[in-house]
Ligand binder design. Structure first.
Ligand SMILES: Cc1ncc(COP(=O)(O)O)c(C=O)c1O
Length: 377
């Protein structure tokens, strides 16, 4: 009765989630280093300004525009977050933006190249769209990067797009100009997810935005969830750049797709005012930098290492491969610490990685990484 592609997140729960639930149910205290919701991470928000932005009178009238409210698009262009009002589409989230782009670019059975390790939701989004994900490896050698020649080997006559996440979740690597150029040279549309772009840590000197350097067709994704640290606002946006004829063809089709749903709601009217609020993003940048420094300090003298984190809210930690990353993460749950095992993100099977969130409230982070260091000693 039900379609195969509607089956996402089913099947047996993985061992880490089962152990975490059991530990929570036992009532024992837990140090949660997987925090991903900024609104519950003890950050300073300008509540009054946010509420005032949401209460704008223009929300009282329905004037649908498939690309999203013009003044919101103008505000994105003015903030340098989109190339032109006609080359940006508002969506209800970045996840929805991915879904629209998969519809725009691929038919069921087509292939989309994605980085590994990377953001786990991509697998669900692709499954729902009926497209196949083909991973390309990103490896650490002082920086996380991919081998362009190897990536090119994965391009087939069914490849419809290459996804890059800049900075990547959870490795933190930005795409640099050379990598953007290499990806563009394959003449396959690029989808570059830049939701963490505003959170540099150990970033390279130049972190170009994909739409500024577009040689081929590029779709750059961003959204309120990370950029403004306001996931509840439910707004994402797609910037489109590249050769004029390709941009024209893509924007016309995309307009038809978004017009079918018209999903951004009244919160798009708040975007111009919300873009000016920086209290929570600034606090995240400061917290993430302090946590990364603390992580480096506890790694010293242990068997765990913390590679360079160029940006974002997460830090992968490498542990000795004496046991699998799942076994490490389960041992940590037992010790009262929650870290995601690397396999959730497609880290290589023969390496042991866990991922910690740099958004974690400071006291829990300090105690959690101390426990981690104790286990890895
Ligand atoms: C890399 C990346 N892209 C997109 C998203 C989803 O963003 P949104 O809340 O706008 O759907 C996330 C959320 O964690 C993410 O990590």
């Amino acid at each position: 009765m039900l379609s195969d592609r509607s089956a996402v997140g089913e099947g047996e729960l993985n061992a880490w989630t089962r152990a975490t639930r059991a530990k929570r149910a036992s009532g024992e205290p837990l140090l949660d280093l997987t925090v991903s919701n900024p609104t519950k991470a003890g950050l300073p928000y300008d509540d009054e300004a946010i509420l005032a932005a949401l209460a704008t009178p223009s929300t009282l009238v329905y004037e649908p525009d498939p690309r999203g409210w013009l003044e919101a698009r103008e505000a994105l262009v003015a903030a340098g977050l989109a190339p032109h009002v006609d080359q940006v589409f508002l969506t209800a989230s970045t996840s929805e933006a991915y879904a629209h782009l998969f519809t725009l670019l691929a038919d069921p059975g087509d292939e989309i190249l994605v980085p590994a390790p990377s953001y786990p939701l991509l697998a669900h989004l692709a499954h729902l769209a009926g497209v196949a994900l083909v991973p390309y490896a990103c490896r650490y050698d002082g920086r996380w990067s991919f081998d362009a020649a190897e990536l090119y080997e994965s391009v087939s006559d069914r490849t419809r797009a290459i996804v890059a996440v800049s900075p990547n979740h959870p490795t933190g690597a930005y795409l640099d100009a050379d990598q953007l150029e290499a990806l563009a040279s394959f003449e396959v549309p690029l989808i570059v997810d830049e939701v963490f772009h505003a959170y540099p840590l150990e970033a390279p000197a130049s972190t170009p935005r994909a739409f500024e350097r577009a040689e081929g067709l590029v779709f750059a994704l961003d959204g309120a969830s990370k950029r403004l640290a306001l996931p509840q606002v439910k707004l994402g946006w797609i910037s489109i750049a590249g050769p004029d004829a390709m941009v024209k063809a893509a924007t016309e089709r995309l307009e038809g797709i978004v017009d079918t749903y018209l999903s951004p709601s009244t919160t798009q009217h708040a975007l111009p005012a919300l873009l000016a609020l920086d209290a929570a993003p600034r606090a995240i940048r400061e917290r993430a930098a302090a946590h990364l420094a603390a992580l480096r300090a506890v790694c010293a003298g242990t068997a765990m290492t913390s590679p360079r984190v160029e940006g974002g809210w997460y830090a992968p930690v490498r542990l000795p491969a004496t046991k699998t990353d799942e076994a490490w993460a389960l041992a940590l749950v037992e010790a009262g610490v929650l870290c995601h095992p690397g396999y959730f993100y497609d880290f290589p099977d023969d390496e042991a990685w866990v991922v910690v969130s740099l958004l974690t409230p400071p006291e829990d982070f300090a105690r959690g990484i101390d426990q981690l260091a104790r286990l890895a000693r």
